[in-house]
Design a binder for this molecule. Structure first.
Ligand code: SAM
Length: 456
């Protein structure tokens, strides 16, 4: 097959298209990848048809997510049989499958895991020089992916990764083998980037990490995670700071105290529980019991400011008996989460549980997932209905022209739809809640004046 390497030769008008699957960290990786490409003279385009270089930034957390990329590659193969393009597979599937991707999808030229993104300029150079196949698959790194330029997609909320990789080795999870060991960015770099973002007009910053609260400051300041939250929250011009994902094992009362004492730290914590059963936690190698988890929840609930809590739950993990699942259901009542992200267990390669029998039948996993989601729906409906009549500050994230509705988000991460205008996107308003569903609220603009101007 002839590769159109002339399309990637320096000096020519090179275009790229990135499609991203998966979590916020992947979304932010794509923003940094785009920045790296733009620095090398590439121009972003909206469709793969227009692109010289097509990149898939992949997720392999569950099997379905990993398979999506191969289905996309199949489509490209047919579409560009007579006009091949330069195609790259990046991220978790790239790391997991490695050079096997070339066998399964021979049209691919670049395979690179996230732990090797710092090498991307070299890899691009090799492609531009006409190399047919290039790989970045080294996991053994202590470097974070720093970029001169980051092309952020969202004009008012900036993602900022503070810790890469993961050392937890939960029995179900591919992340440690796809993203490599934990490496934290120094506090001075993080704070400098936050200040730059404020200067650029961002008012909301979301700190990211697979285990964000495992962050350890390599800078001489040696800030704790809670201290870092406080420092970011104190930067003049910042109105909202969020952080995700926290692990219960590293969750300290100091984080709650930081939220209590900094109004700009959002009243929202995402704390994955995974199961309500200590027996299942122990098989998952999560490092805490149901009681220890509930003690952390109690600490959050006792905060001087009400804090909304969300979680992740996996149903049907290896050996999950009916009694274990019932404990997960009673946990929903005990915590009364504001939001739950729930998944059927999907066995993954290179994980501790990969060698065990996937003992809960698919049908039973589906039944448990539906029961859990229905139960949680009722809880959310009740909690949201209790907010009718309350007033919230929302940041408008989008506008639905068909309904004439602005879509805003509260600091506690609730979505509120209210009559609005397209130019309100990026602005803050006070809204009074008039109706509630399980997943969102409906409101009207409260009488007080708009609390802020355009964010940029
Ligand atoms: N690193 C975070 C932690 O461990 O708490 C979560 C990151 S992961 C991208 C998001 C969620 O996907 C996990 O919290 C878990 O509920 C779910 N997940 C991970 N591996 C899974 C698997 N093999 N099958 C089903 N769900 C899975």
């Amino acid at each position: 097959m002839n590769l159109p390497t002339e399309a990637l030769t320096p000096g020519s008008a090179k275009t790229f298209y990135i499609e991203t699957f998966g979590c916020q960290m992947n979304v932010h990786d794509a923003e940094k990848l785009a920045g790296t490409l733009i620095s090398r003279g590439y121009r972003p385009v909206e469709t793969h048809e227009e692109a010289d270089l097509i990149l898939y930034n992949t997720c392999s957390i569950r099997e379905k997510a990993a398979e999506k990329v191969f289905s996309r590659l199949g489509t490209l193969k047919k579409a560009y049989r007579n006009n091949p393009k330069v195609i790259g597979v990046l991220g978790c599937v790239a790391q997991q499958e490695g050079e096997r991707i070339f066998e399964r999808a021979p049209q691919v030229s670049l395979v690179c895991g996230s732990a090797s993104y710092t090498k991307l300029p070299d890899l691009l150079e090799q492609l531009e020089a006409g190399n047919r196949r290039v790989t970045g698959l080294d996991l053994d790194t202590d470097e974070c992916f720093e970029t001169e330029l980051t092309r952020r997609d969202n004009p008012f909320r900036a993602y900022l990764t503070i810790i890469e990789g993961c050392d937890q080795r939960c029995a179900f999870c591919v992340v440690p083998t796809t993203r490599g060991p934990e490496r934290s960015r120094p506090s001075d770099k993080i704070l400098a980037e936050c200040r730059r973002l404020v200067d650029e007009g961002y008012t909301e910053i979301q700190l990211l990490g697979q285990i964000v609260n495992a962050w350890e400051d390599p800078a001489p300041a040696r800030l704790s995670f809670a201290e870092l939250l406080g420092r970011v929250a104190e930067i003049a011009g910042i109105r909202r700071v969020r952080f995700t994902t926290s692990h219960p094992r590293y969750f300290t009362p100091e984080i709650v105290q930081a939220i209590e004492s900094h109004p700009t730290l959002c009243d929202q914590i995402h704390l994955p529980e995974q199961s309500g059963s200590t027996r299942v936690h122990s098989r998952m190698l999560r490092g805490y019991s149901r009681e220890e988890y509930l003690a952390k929840i109690d600490c959050i609930r006792r905060a001087k400011r009400a804090i909304s809590i969300s979680t992740d739950i996996i149903v049907g993990f290896w050996g999950e008996a009916t009694g274990d699942f019932e404990q997960t259901m009673t946990l929903l009542d005990a915590v009364e989460y504001d939001q739950v992200f729930s998944f059927k267990y999907s066995p993954r390669p290179n994980t501790a549980a990969a060698g065990y029998e996937d003992s809960v039948p698919e049908e039973e996993k589906g039944r448990r997932l539906s029961a859990l989601q229905e139960h949680q729906r009722q809880i959310q409906l009740r909690r949201n209905q209790a907010a009718i009549g309350d007033e919230f500050e929302v940041l408008v994230e989008s506008y639905q022209p068909r309904l004439g509705q602005a879509v805003g988000r509260t600091t506690s991460n609730r979505v509120v739809n209210f009559p609005g205008a397209p130019e309100w996107v990026g602005r803050y308003f006070h809204v009074r809640v008039t109706a509630a569903g399980p997943n969102s609220l409906v409101g009207v603009r409260a009488d007080r004046a708009d609390s802020g101007g355009m964010t940029r």
